[in-house]
Design a protein around this ligand. Sequence first.
Ligand SMILES: [Ca+2]
Ligand SMILES: [Ca+2]
Ligand SMILES: [Ca+2]
Ligand SMILES: [Ca+2]
Length: 266
Amino acid sequence: MNSLNPLGRGVRILPVGLVLLAGAIAPAHAQYEDPELAALIAEIDALSARFPAFTPFPWTEEEGQTAFLYGDTKGIIHHIVSDEGRLHEQWKSFPLEGTVREIFAEDLDGDGRYEIVAHTTGLRVYVWETEKYELLWESVEENFEAIHAMVIADVDRDPAQEIVLCANNKIAYYDGIEFFREKEGRDFIEPTVMLIADVDNDTTDEIVTNDGYVIDTNSLSIEWATDGFGYPMSLFDIDDDGVPEVVGEMGGAVQFWDVEDQREIW
Ligand SMILES: [Ca+2]
Ligand SMILES: [Ca+2]
Ligand SMILES: [Ca+2]
Ligand SMILES: [Ca+2]
């Protein structure tokens, strides 16, 4: 199934701070004591790992609820809430330009409310807030010829998260509040998946692209390159030294790279 869709969701690795933030603004963890709810949450996580147009929405009005987002074949995003085992639609979008290729629920501006971020086969990026579901951005001015991959992370000095895109074969990031293009790289790359982490232990995060590039988040220049990390691609600290290794599949085999030592290790 994954081979039909070049965008792997399982590769998204949240910075630790984000995970903590998500925990802090979610309702009390009493919900996990309910085995049915815990099973549903596990199912939602599994689906989101497999389907890029499906993601958990990690905030609900009430304890005992859980929620997710998905994009349908008509290009409509649905926000579904499970309340005591019953699913209801809390919101749906207007039909987008194209269908959703990847969807994210992230608190871009750090106000404790999640935003919905998606990009589509129609080469548009959309952002909604989720109090009144007002559309905050539709990237009509950008004229993308291709959007290869997207990831959300705080990659610069302002506290907001950025929308990191590989579009038109270049890495760029967009301000998470005003949505202007803050920075664009010069190098030609063609990933289907990106992830962001400090993979070389220099305290600055890198952007890792599955076509084999490790890119500095400050300068957006390539720090190291190899033939490719493969697909799917993820991170795993296989030697337990606190620095994640890049793990990817190439020709059916799983390979591990230590980016700090710039070599394949397993
Ligand atoms: Ca927010
Ligand atoms: Ca930032
Ligand atoms: Ca680093
Ligand atoms: Ca390691």
